[in-house]
Design a protein around this ligand. Structure first.
Ligand code: C2E
Ligand code: MG
Ligand code: MG
Length: 766
């Protein structure tokens, strides 16, 4: 039992005082020498006085003690309340382990950390240890044991919550010892730090991201002093953290953006708290580069801006590949010229500007003639080389500021934004055609390539890209069908013409079956003696609605849709039969001439067909003359030579039609097994007055004769032309002067005696 020294001192004091009182007061009474009765009375009084005094003293002591005790109790209760409130406020729990009793007190707050009541939690260390996470149990118990010698204890472990999850608990405590320095109580508080740990984790992750990200990160304070940068920042800008911290981001400016740019950036930051966009900045090396940047304002609890965070990526490479992609998307890889997409964009742009800027321009579509044959005969490599060189040549001749594009295949487009008048465009077209005239030397070949050009003017002809292109296309079509290697403008009628052509093409398919084709015959005369020597078979189409359609309108269609073979065979057969009939009627005609399409001519089996028709009709081969155009022969002279030789072997006569319009080489011509050249009517038209036509006629006649060929002049309309040609030594003539093409009844009547047939018979526009 502990002895309270204060109480002992008080008691001993009292004993001393009381003892002294008894001894001294008795002596005093004796010394007074009073009577015994007096003495006895005083003795009782003295006793009473002592009792009263000590009672009063006792009362005072007890009262003081009671007051102190009450005060202490109140203080204790106050402290307890404060502790409880403090623990409540921090959501901490209290634990108190009575070492001797082996009991643990867990406060309500402690139990609440685990979603329990103190009763449910229990009051033994085993109850508590049972809730430890298996991974933490050993460590937590060890720490408790080890710390039995130390006064302070701190540990972190997981305890199982009532909901089954584990909570991270941070426990701190202190060991209290008794006078003998023996552990008496272990007391402490515990806090749930699960959330804090999660926050710490995400902070750690954020820090890792900050360090590892490829994006540069820059943090400034509200005064825009740089307070933080990440490694990527240094990698991108070239500035180390030490160099840049404390600096103003102005240091990074490239000078590429004006004040308005930064004003709008700050405006967005102030109003929306964020901005993102492309910024050009300067690296430490001085290099200016583009970055994609997102800036955010960070606010503190009071809503004041505490930081600005900028995250950016270097988009130099992206921009480069974007540029490359853009280039690829807008250019033709073969010629490196703009492609159709860019071409149409440029036209759209020009059209947009044209009203405001009084801009008048032209779109030219340039299509190479017979490019297909080059591809087919010499291979695609040569074809590609040719396209490249054509592009380069054209490029040299286009005016500055215009766009030359390759639209695909053998088609090029030229947008000339400053082409106010049609003559200017025409001049340009001529220049382009001229620049292609000289031969292309490719891969050991010497190649000639012509082109046709369709021209559409804007804004006169059209005001939309589609329309401009459609018009130019119609014009190109016109240029092609009016003879190769020319140019044509778009006019509205052309569109109708194109539509009609489509209609014609579909009805032409039935023309043969519906017996709508006719063969007209035009007389061929000997110029020297004036006699009729032959007939040329010329096909016509008796269209049920449109009347007589000339071959110039439907032969090209038939060539395109593949019907030409059937038509030409039919004409050949008709003409041969007719010749047999004329023979039977005793006609003096020596031969009938039949035109062969270049399409049919280029196909190999023509000789078989001719042989078959001759056999079927019984016509003598020498009475059949086949006309092949000069351009058909020159498209592929080697193949033509072979085929003409085979035809010649059949015994038929061969004539080269429209001579002078193609580009025959003399060397070739010399070797061709032909009998006759038919001088094209374009050289006859100006006779006898046009000196150039006269010179050509004279030259062709001389050339033909020197090669031992007969010459026939086409398109003789006037007697003067016939006379002139006869004087030049021309052998034969054909033309309205001698007779128009007409159906067989008329032609037949003219077959015996040469007569001029009425013009009205052939009212086709040929
Ligand atoms: P081509 O073989 O050169 O025929 C001569 C053309 O000139 C004919 O036109 C004829 O009517 C025209 N002509 C004749 N004399 C005169 C004249 O004095 N003045 C004018 N201005 N013209 C004259 P057509 O019949 O319209 O034939 C045009 C072309 O169509 C022919 O030119 C020929 O290349 C082709 N063609 C005609 N029939 C056939 C055919 O059955 N098959 C093939 N593949 N082509 C044919
Ligand atoms: Mg002909
Ligand atoms: Mg002709």
């Amino acid at each position: 039992m502990r002895i309270d020294t204060a109480a002992l001192r008080l008691t001993l004091g009292y004993l001393l005082l009381a003892g002294l009182w008894i001894l001294l007061s008795d002596h005093l009474l004796t010394a007074l020498g009073l009577s015994v009765a007096h003495q006895e009375r005083l003795q009782s009084l003295k006793g009473l006085f002592f009792v009263t005094l000590t009672a009063a003293l006792l009362y005072l002591v007890l009262r003081r003690h009671a007051q102190q005790y009450r005060r202490a109790r109140l203080q204790l209760a106050g402290n307890e309340e404060r502790l409880r409130l403090a623990l409540d406020a921090t959501h901490d729990g209290l634990w108190d382990w009575d070492v001797s009793q082996r009991r643990v007190f867990f406060s309500e707050g402690y139990a609440a950390l685990l979603g329990l009541t103190p009763q449910a939690l229990g009051n033994t260390r085993e109850d508590w240890a049972e809730r430890l996470h298996p991974e933490d149990r050993e460590r937590a118990l060890q720490a408790l044991g080890a710390d039995a010698n130390a006064d302070h204890y701190e540990n972190i472990y997981r305890l199982r919550h009532a909901d089954g999850s584990y909570r991270w608990i941070h426990s701190r405590g202190r060991l209290l010892r008794d006078e003998m320095n023996q552990p008496q109580r272990f007391l402490g508080i515990a806090s749930d730090i699960t959330q804090q740990r999660a926050n710490d984790d995400s902070l750690r992750q954020a820090a890792a991201v900050f360090d590892a990200t490829q994006e540069g990160v820059l943090v400034t304070d509200p005064q825009q002093r740089i307070v933080h940068v990440n490694p990527a920042f240094s990698r991108i800008t070239g500035y180390s953290a030490e160099e840049i911290l404390g600096q103003h981001p102005n240091l990074l400016k490239s000078g590429r953006h004006d004040t308005a740019f930064y004003q709008s950036l700050w405006h967005a930051l102030q109003n929306r708290g964020a901005w993102s966009g492309e910024v050009w900045n300067r690296r430490k090396s001085g290099e200016i580069y583009p970055q994609w940047q997102c800036i955010r304002a960070i606010h503190d609890e009071q809503g004041r801006v505490s930081h600005y965070v900028a995250v950016f990526s270097d988009i130099t490479a992206l921009k480069r590949s974007q540029r490359e992609l853009d280039y690829l998307a807008h250019h033709d890889p073969l010629s490196n010229l703009p492609n159709r997409l860019l071409f149409t964009e440029r036209i759209a742009h020009a059209l947009e500007r044209s009203p405001g800027e009084q801009l008048r321009g032209a779109v030219l579509l340039i299509d190479l003639d017979h490019f297909k044959h080059i591809n087919e005969s010499l291979g695609h490599n040569v074809g590609d080389l040719l396209l490249k060189e054509v592009g380069e040549r054209l490029q040299q001749d286009v005016p500055n500021g215009s766009t030359l594009a390759r639209l695909g295949g053998d088609e090029f487009g030229l947008l000339c934004e400053n082409c106010a008048e049609a003559p200017q465009a025409a001049e340009l077209a001529q220049r382009l055609l001229r620049c292609l005239e000289s031969p292309f030397r490719l891969d050991g070949h010497e190649l000639y390539i012509g082109a046709s050009i369709g021209i559409s003017l804007f804004p006169e002809d059209a005001d939309s890209v589609e329309q401009v292109l459609r018009n130019a296309d119609s014009a190109l079509f016109k240029a092609k069908s009016s003879g190769r290697e020319g140019y044509a403008f778009y006019v509205q009628e052309l569109t109708d013409y194109a539509r009609q052509r489509v209609e014609l093409a579909s009805s032409l398919r039935h023309a043969l079956d519906n017996h709508e084709l006719r063969v007209f015959y035009q007389p061929l005369h000997d110029l020297q003696d004036g006699s009729q020597v032959g007939m040329e078979a010329l096909v016509r189409w008796q269209h049920p609605q449109r009347g007589l359609v000339p071959p110039a309108e439907f032969i090209p269609i038939a060539e395109d849709n593949g019907m030409i073979g059937a038509i030409d065979s039919w004409v050949l057969e008709q003409a041969c039969r007719q010749m047999v009939r004329w023979n039977a009627q005793g006609s003096s005609l020596r031969f009938v001439a039949v035109n062969i399409s270049s399409r049919l001519f280029s196909r190999g089996e023509l000789d078989l067909k001719v042989a078959q028709v001759l056999a079927d009709t019984g016509l003598k081969p020498s009475q059949l003359e086949l006309e092949v155009t000069e351009s058909a022969v020159m498209e592929d002279p080697a193949a033509a030579q072979l085929l003409l030789t085979r035809l010649r072997a059949l015994g038929v006569r061969l004539a080269i039609d429209d001579f002078g319009t193609g580009y025959s080489s003399l060397a070739r011509l010399k070797r061709l097994p032909v009998d006759k050249l038919k001088l094209d009517q374009s050289f006859v038209r100006g006779l006898p007055n046009d000196p150039e036509d006269a010179a050509i006629a004279r030259a062709v006649i001389a050339l033909g004769h020197s090669l031992d060929l007969k010459i026939l002049a086409e398109g003789i309309e006037q007697i003067e032309q016939a006379d002139f040609l006869r004087d030049l030594g021309c052998d034969y003539g054909q033309g309205y002067h001698f007779g128009r093409p007409q159906p067989v009844s008329g032609a037949a009547s003219a077959s015996g005696s040469v007569g001029k047939s009425p013009d009205s018979q052939d009212n086709t526009r040929g």
